[in-house]
Ligand binder design. Sequence first.
Ligand SMILES: Nc1ncnc2c1ncn2[C@@H]1O[C@H](COP(=O)(O)OP(=O)(O)OP(=O)(O)O)[C@@H](O)[C@H]1O
Length: 306
Amino acid sequence: MIYPVAIRPDIMIIARDLVKDYGTFRALDGVSFDLGEGEILGVVGHNGAGKTTLLKILSGLSLPTSGALSIAGTDVLRHPGALKQTLGYLPEESRLYETMRVADYLSFFGEIYALSGDEIRRRSADLLASLSLDAGEKRIGELSKGMRRKVAIARSLLHDPRFLVYDEPASGLDPMTGRFIGDYLRQLRSEGRTIVLSAHNLYQIEEICDRVMILRRGRIEAFGTMQGLRERFGSLTYEIYFSISDPGNLDPSLAYSRAEGIYMASADDVAGMNEVTAAVAAGGGTVERIESKYPSLEEMLVAVGK
Ligand SMILES: Nc1ncnc2c1ncn2[C@@H]1O[C@H](COP(=O)(O)OP(=O)(O)OP(=O)(O)O)[C@@H](O)[C@H]1O
């Protein structure tokens, strides 16, 4: 069933009850969310959770079995072609044309977007400079993995789209290149673009995304800002670091670890923290510092389970 969605200019994506069936298998099972213009949404989940399926629907490459979807004010399911100028899509595996030179490759796609020869040359030069990519006359097959990813990103931006869907933009890249791409995505957001990306690098998602969606078996398990998710997954834990000359004096029920000459015991709440500090004092030890720790996105995913 397709039903109408409201149109709001400050909202880039309005998704309602998206369902995707592959035969009898339900890959997406009632996904609903809104995303504001100029935000970065990170979609995370275990393998097979439905990330690529959702990204393909958001980019108009795959139709949902049912549900409603508005992007940039367009009812995408009724007018899938309308996304062409608005959207830049980066697939998980970009099939690049191995024997083409970078300039020819970008020209080829610029023509698909009906850009003039001048526009293609200007946009390509600007994009390659902003991506710090100087491929010279090399053919795509001769480029490193990081360079190829940058070429694919340049291709996705040629027609200056407002909305970007990037499937695993930095996967398999070395840390320096991964960081460069993270910073580049932030720059694209500062230009007002809206980005939906999936990544297995959860640290990067935590760093750059305004909102995070945790998918599990085709359903949204959690959606919100990192701060909101931390509150939802709640448990702020405490790490109590202490020194002690003879740990044998500690109450045997106190669990602790030792690293680099300092001891550490953790507690799930303030009462537990007080118990630990009392036990350390009773054993003749000294509390050096206490750190509070929110769960990381990785810990949240582990808690959610497969
Ligand atoms: N064309 C298809 N035909 C049948 N099943 C499919 C098809 N595409 C995806 N699936 C199934 O749908 C589920 C979700 O797949 P999807 O690729 O969206 O997951 P994902 O979260 O992107 O996984 P990964 O992290 O491994 O890339 C999986 O169980 C997958 O096997």
